[in-house]
Design a binder for this molecule. Structure first.
Ligand code: SF4
Length: 693
């Protein structure tokens, strides 16, 4: 085991710097304290400028989680029907031989594209996770390409049309803002290391606004909360722009010099969004829209932090495109503390091609969207998917249209391998299960989507039982298949060096050795990071209200409001718009292994909706639509709007009579990037055992 980044405290005690592997904006740097070679404590790395204060309550118990008695420790082969979860222990040799033979047969009979390498965000590390591990092998085999579109893609695509990047400002610079819009993000819960920066801004006089259909924990801390209808964000932003013009608060010089198509955008897209019309669309009082426009007109700069939930609907890409127009209208992109940040991911500029080696593909292969797994397994026939290799992913829980996922995974002619840490619902459908390592047992390289620090995770203990690293499993598979391409056998460190070997100045001088020494390094962007001071990353180098690229892609010349297909609809059929935000105790479906009373699937309704349906809080209800149904414990809260329902994502169906929220979510695409539409859903709710709403 490597021993870098270790700080000797006592001969028997040392501390090793690592990083949290989970799909969370914060990207924490952590320290593992060891005594006599055993990890005894996990704590925040106090040296880290963004995450140094503390780890979140769920991950501070990560060491205990690695030692959980339910952890998978050895390879297994299915002994019962698919879905039964019945397995027998086998050796690694048996498992690897069987997988290698299956891959070879599939390629021979159906071609490489009949293999779907399906990686998820169970770890977001560049070496073990969705970006790095397995890519070289599956490229070499000519497998279908896996498009990781489940989380944030629509928002990224939307902002690329206007600014060229979703990283419009460094979230740390919100300390300089005079008005902060937390737009569709529950910062104190899901981006908690940003909150101290927001508190500092408030001490400096900033006003904090939360725009969110739910009165979240963050909304309770805000100065003003605007509880708009789900998916109507773009309409609100267009009305704010129209009102800024009415107030004469647009930055005319900036618009003339630094933007493209402003006058045409204003004439074509803003007229319709009067205060009265928008108040109706968004379900907000007219005064609250006018007040916010007035604040934006008088308090410069405005810093906007937005996140992924806002773009998970039919019009999610356009919503992000429209939101990014606000700092162009006010000219705030040129002011420290002004701008918009959706994700700092694009700032990293790691060398993805050197890591993934797409040049190893024998021919151009098809790309399969991960949110369309059900369709891929049930409908594809050119060729059909015959071999599915899943790692760091739990599609039975996390994918839309759970019923179709179950049906697809139940196919008798499908060979499914799942690499996992715990016996998830997805594992239940595997033909072979392989035990993977966890973060304290392997090396990895991490970026973040909330800060500008690159991080290294050093392993601290040997893998327990028969657990193996993802990268090691794929190297061993290559060997079993007799492949002689040297790139398939690169060590984890070599893969990290390849990713760091970028021509981009952001990574200038950052080496693996340096990362190992301190655990993190700030990207070489100027500090403060104001990416659009000189130019935007668009073809015109200006902010593009008018985009020829968007028009050519069929997405309209100008940013506009595309309503959600289901969520914002005013209907009289008794259905409710169902949102599925993160669960406070979980990270996606991670940590849901232990089922107990507090892990119950819940659905929360406004008291009016409970009364209207003759329901009783704390009773069991049935939640359904034409896609599927799940049972839930009914909760009551005035924190959500009438007409809405709320059910946190991530809990495992096996602990909830076989179904959870994604049984009701549609397997269809957002407007951009084939993004997911988890928050664009309508359901009926009635007492358990009752048919009608
Ligand atoms: S889950 Fe998020 S907040 Fe918690 S330790 Fe990991 S990165 Fe930090």
């Amino acid at each position: 085991m490597a021993d870098h980044a270790a700080q000797t405290v006592h001969p028997a005690q040392r501390s090793v710097i690592g990083a949290c592997p989970l799909d969370c904006p914060d990207g924490c740097s952590w320290v593992v304290d060891l005594e006599d070679g055993q990890p005894i404590k996990l704590r925040a790395n106090r040296d880290h400028p963004f995450t140094g204060k503390s780890l979140c309550s769920k991950t501070s118990k990560y060491l205990e989680y690695t030692a959980h008695p339910d952890r998978l420790m050895y390879p297994m082969r299915r002994t019962g029907p698919k879905g039964s979860g019945l397995f027998e222990r086998i050796s690694w040799d048996e498992a690897l031989d069987e997988i290698a033979a299956n891959l070879q047969t599939t390629i021979k009979q159906f071609g490489g594209e009949a293999i779907w390498p399906y990686a998820g965000s169970g770890t977001v590390g560049w070496i073990q996770g969705i970006i790095g591990s397995g890519k070289r092998l599956f490229h070499h085999l000519g497998a279908s390409q896996h498009d990781p579109n489940i989380c944030s893609v629509a928002g990224h695509v939307g902002m690329r049309y206007t600014t060229g990047s979703a990283a419009g400002m460094d979230p740390e610079d919100l300390v300089h803002s005079k008005l902060i819009l937390l737009w569709g993000t529950n910062t104190t819960v899901t981006n908690q290391h940003l909150w101290p920066f927001i508190k500092t801004a408030r001490e400096n006089g900033a006003v904090i606004i939360v725009i969110d259909p739910i009165r979240t924990a963050t909304a309770k801390h805000a100065d003003i909360h605007l509880p708009l209808k789900p998916g109507t964000d773009a309409a609100l932003a267009l009305a704010l722009m129209r009102q800024l013009v009415e107030l004469g608060a647009e930055d005319q010089a900036y618009l003339a010099e630094r933007t493209l198509g402003w006058e045409a955008f204003r004439a074509n897209e803003l007229e319709e969004y009067t205060i009265a019309h928008t108040a109706k669309i968004c379900g907000l009082p007219e005064a609250s829209i006018m007040d916010l426009a007035h604040l934006m007109a008088t308090r410069r700069p405005t810093g906007i932090r937005t996140a992924m939930g806002m773009q998970r609907h039919q019009g999610g890409g356009q919503a992000s495109r429209v939101l990014s127009c606000l700092p162009a209208v006010t000219g705030d992109f040129q002011r420290l503390g002004g701008g918009i940040c959706y994700s700092t991911g694009p700032t990293y500029q790691l060398n993805k091609d050197a890591l993934q080696r797409p040049d190893l593909q024998p021919y151009e292969t098809r790309s399969l969207a991960m949110t369309r797994l059900g369709q891929g397994l049930l409908d594809l026939d050119d060729p059909p998917i015959k071999t599915l290799i899943i790692w760091a992913a739990n599609p039975m829980v996390s994918n839309p249209d759970q019923g179709r996922i179950r049906k697809g995974l139940s196919r008798e002619d499908l060979f499914t391998v799942v690499i996992e840490n715990f016996h998830t619902d997805t594992v239940d459908y595997a033909d072979l299960v392989l035990p993977g390592t966890m973060q304290t047992e392997h090396a990895d390289l991490h970026d973040s989507f909330s800060h500008l620090y690159l991080q290294w995770n050093e392993p601290v203990v040997a893998p327990p039982g028969d657990c193996r690293r993802h990268t090691e499993i794929f190297r061993q598979l290559a060997k079993r298949m007799g492949l002689d391409e040297p790139a398939l056998y690169a060590s984890d460190e070599d893969m990290a060096r390849d990713a760091l070997a970028s021509e981009h100045p952001a990574l200038d001088g950052i080496t693996l050795e340096q990362l190992r020494e301190r655990g993190w390094a700030r990207l070489n962007w100027p500090k403060p990071y104001q990416p659009f001071l000189e130019e935007f990353f668009t073809p015109s180098l200006k902010f593009e209200f008018q985009s020829e690229r968007a028009e050519a892609d069929g997405l309209g010349r100008f940013p506009h409001y595309t309503p959600p297909l289901e969520a914002a609809t005013d209907v009289s059929d008794g259905s409710l718009a169902l949102l599925s935000p993160g669960n406070k105790q979980l990270l996606n479906s991670v940590y849901a292994v232990k089922s107990n009373g507090s892990d119950a699937v819940t659905v929360t309704l406004h008291p009016e909706d409970i009364k209207k349906r003759g329901l009783t809080p704390d009773s069991r209800v049935r939640v359904w639509n034409d896609r599927g149904e799940f049972g839930a414990l009914l909760l009551e809260s005035e924190a959500i709007r009438p007409g809405m329902a709320l059910s946190p994502k991530g809990l495992w169906p096996k602990f909830n009579a076989g179904a959870s929220i994604n049984a009701t979510v549609a397997e269809r695409d957002a407007d951009m990037g084939r993004g997911a539409v988890y928050h664009d859903n309508r359901v009926f709710i009635a007492r358990a055992n009752q048919e009608e709403a």
